[in-house]
Design a protein around this ligand. Structure first.
Ligand code: AMP
Length: 390
């Protein structure tokens, strides 16, 4: 018999538990893996024709028909996404039917480097000097004004260093313009940064905010290879400054979910490079290295739940597996090492998994990472800031 006093009052909405993810790759998979213990159900919508998530109910529709999208939307309470290159009309269409987090405005800004850098400027977040150009002649003029080297990037559709060129002299403008082949570019001063760092934070539907520690990212051939968390030798002031930037951005956008901000650290301070309106590869360490991982905090945020503690347990390193996977037994015999494989086939340049390593100190972390590397085929050199700058 039901006790009448335990009945939910009719004015109270049942808590949403059915999460829809646009995209069915590794980020959707890790989101679902984090959400299952919270009693959540997942539907993943795939238009690639090759969903790899391997968890949740998959709606795969390479033709991207309204019927299949509607079936997917009918099966969920709230929608989020694992990639930011979602057409805005599709995002608006979805948002008119179900809550979509992060919202359309965040997507709009993050999809366009001109809008993104403009917002950084508006909120007094320092960036590299830049100009927006719409012809080879304008690019040449921008290179003269800014001084070379200059990094030219298409304002839209670029990621992982694609759609970019470095000009060593203004007279390389025509060749760079033709190589990029885009009608609108951002030309930025080349930053001689000491290292690349990123910050991840979550903001929930009630406006509660929490940030992770700044992390150090090591790229090779335009792809993230290693993350060290927290980044070594970060002053409290630098951490606070980065957190304030992200907090301002999230409040301004009325952002809900996890937002990732990539920055250059220079002797003069931090410069914002770009942001991603989603869980981020540079936050994967948090799955095993923080009290609450980024995937769980993203879900808590979009479901209006209290956000979880972001403190790191100890120090962590993340090794990306690019193109080739590993022998699980070799990695798992190493102490404090966690393996995450994404169920994807091997292909050059493809993110197929990552390894998280935890340690008591940075010296121990370096040693543990180096013990993993012989078993990571085709790994990039591990060169982090304590060695670069010492
Ligand atoms: P992005 O697509 O903007 O993240 O750029 C990809 C990579 O290119 C960054 O991770 C940096 O290593 C490098 N990069 C981008 N912009 C600049 C810049 N203005 N100065 C120096 N390096 C840059």
């Amino acid at each position: 018999m039901t006790n009448p006093s335990t009945k939910i009052p009719s004015s109270e909405q049942p808590r949403p538990t059915r999460v829809g993810v646009l995209g069915a790759g590794q980020l959707g998979r890790m989101m679902a893996l984090a959400g299952l213990p919270l009693g959540l159900e997942f539907s993943l919508y795939d238009t690639s024709g090759a969903p790899s998530a391997g968890v949740g109910k998959i709606y795969s529709d390479p033709k991207n028909t309204q019927e299949e999208l509607d079936r997917f939307l009918d099966s969920v309470d709230v929608v989020t996404y694992e990639f930011e290159h979602l057409p805005l009309d599709l995002a608006n269409n979805i948002a008119s039917k179900k809550p979509l987090y992060p919202g359309v405005e965040a997507l709009r800004v993050c999809q366009n480097r001109e809008h993104e850098k403009g917002l950084f400027r508006q909120l007094s977040i320092p960036t590299p000097e830049y100009r927006i150009v719409a012809s080879a002649e304008e690019l040449e003029k921008a290179a003269e004004e800014l001084g070379t080297p200059v990094v030219a990037k298409s304002v839209t559709e670029g990621y992982d260093g694609k759609g970019q060129a470095v000009l060593r002299s203004p007279n390389e403008a025509q060749a760079a313009w033709e190589a990029i082949g885009h009608p609108r570019l951002i030309a930025e001063s080349f930053v001689h940064f000491s290292r690349e760092v990123s910050l991840i934070a979550a903001r929930n539907t009630q406006g509660e905010f929490i940030a992770y520690p700044l992390v150090e990212n090591i790229h090779h051939e335009g792809i993230l290879r290693y993350t060290i968390a927290p980044a070594p030798k970060v002053s409290q002031q630098t951490q606070d400054t980065a957190t304030e930037y992200l907090h301002k951005l999230m409040d301004h956008l009325e952002y809900v979910g996890v937002l990732s901000l990539e920055l250059f650290e220079t002797p003069e301070g931090l410069l914002a490079n770009e942001m991603a309106p989603r869980v981020h590869n540079s936050g994967h360490w948090s799955m095993d290295g923080a009290h609450t991982g980024q995937f769980e905090n993203h879900l808590r945020a979009i479901l209006g739940l209290p956000l979880g503690d972001t403190d790191p347990h100890r120090v962590s390193g993340m090794i990306n597996l690019i193109g080739r996977t590993v022998d699980a037994a070799q990695i798992l015999k190493l102490r404090d090492t966690h393996l995450h494989l994404y169920g994807k086939s091997e292909r050059k340049g493809r993110k197929v998994g990552h390894i998280n390593v935890n340690a008591e100190s940075y010296a121990e972390l370096k040693d543990k990472i180096e013990r993993c590397l012989p078993f990571v085929p085709e790994h990039a050199p591990f060169a982090w800031s304590p060695e670069q700058n010492s």
